[in-house]
Design a binder for this molecule. Sequence first.
Ligand code: ADP
Ligand code: ADP
Ligand code: MG
Length: 460
Amino acid sequence: MFEKVLVANRGEIAVRIIRACKELNIRTVAVYSEVDANSMHVQMADEAICIGKAASSESYLRIDRIISAAEIADVDAIHPGYGFLSENSHFAEVCESCNIRFIGPSPRAMNALSDKAVSRALAKKAGVETPPGSEGTVDNEKDALANAKRIGYPVMIKAVAGGGGRGMRIAHNDISLVKGYHTARSEAEKCFGNSGVYIEKFIENPHHIEIQILGDNKGKIIHLGERDCSVQRRNQKLIEEAPSPLLEYKFKKLRDKIGKAAIRIAEAAHYTNAGTVEFIVDDQGNYYFLEVNKRIQVEHPVTEEVTGVDLVRAQLEIAMGEPLKYSQSDIQLKGHAIECRINAEDPFGDFRPSPGRIEMYYQPGGRGVRMDTHAYAGYTIPPTYDSMIGKLIVKGGDRRVAIDRMNRALNEFLITGIKTTISFQQAIMQDPNFRRGVYSTNFVEQLLGGARRELIEEKT
Ligand code: ADP
Ligand code: ADP
Ligand code: MG
């Protein structure tokens, strides 16, 4: 059993993890950067240790300082949350070598899925289709052009280390391919310290559908159904829901097929703990593997709401060596859940980040409403980290009820002092196509009037 866990993260996910620990009577240690001294996770944890300056390269990404903090506080385990060091297998190895349990997949599983090109190859071996693309990375212009010719335009140039929608470009011809190849590489180098890219067929009007999985240390792996995350801006998710309207209304048999495909990939990687297998699905119901997120995901609450499984608690239990409490047939989806990512951004100003002091803060409540956040009145959002300040999650008996409830909850929300995405998400709740459940990853682009493609495609 764990007595004490260090949370190597900040923001709402640190709060989420601390809450799960408290419910298991596990003591918690927060780490924080100088700018986060007044942050909610610092106030909620039993102990807190400052690990450096605001820049994440000086704090939340410093393995040496986090391990020192863990040793000083004498913890049994570290939960990495999402982002930061969560998918860094070197960090997981360092934890294990210091006799600190890493709450996540084993370093072996992480290495089997080390980057997107490696994961594509693994998926193919497991018999799961991927978008047509290059074998491994593409290392020069000539190679890029030859691959694009073979695959056929449009194609995407994608960073093997990519995440958060960064490091990818669409190309419709040779000229935009060469430009996109170089910009994707330099963006990838800047964001991920790895300039490796590969090329993949661009699937038109796809749906982003992902499968939540859980695996214990005895080799048992189950899936917990899907989340639809097709409401995206610049390949970044804004709204997520479970179950997916596409699978629920149009391709009923796909859930089981994609779920099984996700498990095959997880088994091939000897996956343990929580993970997400991402797919894109086209209008004909063809599905293609995208990547595995080897960590807890931002949008995990919608799965919790429709399955009743506490995923962060499950992560802790699995890391403590407990066998999975559920078998596949125990997982039944009930009702409908929707999440809105509340970002401190200006929806009327090209979604520019809007950090600063929150003056007034009143969050919605009532039946079927859950708010996962670290925000409060008087809290100053630093400009240093990403702009998500919380997640509003609602549950309803069916999709219509959930949408109406989300609309009501967004309407109740009061945040002053900063700009937020709330009004934009409210417009989506009222959009006829969203309400009908007929939307793909192009939805936000269409709503914003064709801005998306221009933003991510190199002008030729
Ligand atoms: P999810 O897949 O859980 O929806 P996102 O893609 O929105 O998550 O990423 C969650 C957080 O993790 C964001 O802060 C994002 O910037 C960060 N992140 C995701 N992948 C990476 C990565 N490979 N490197 C650095 N940060 C990442
Ligand atoms: P990240 O690591 O940034 O999450 P993903 O590979 O998961 O990157 O892709 C993020 C999003 O980009 C997808 O949800 C989808 O909207 C879009 N995308 C990625 N690959 C393709 C593709 N081959 N065709 C069409 N859209 C894609
Ligand atoms: Mg992804």
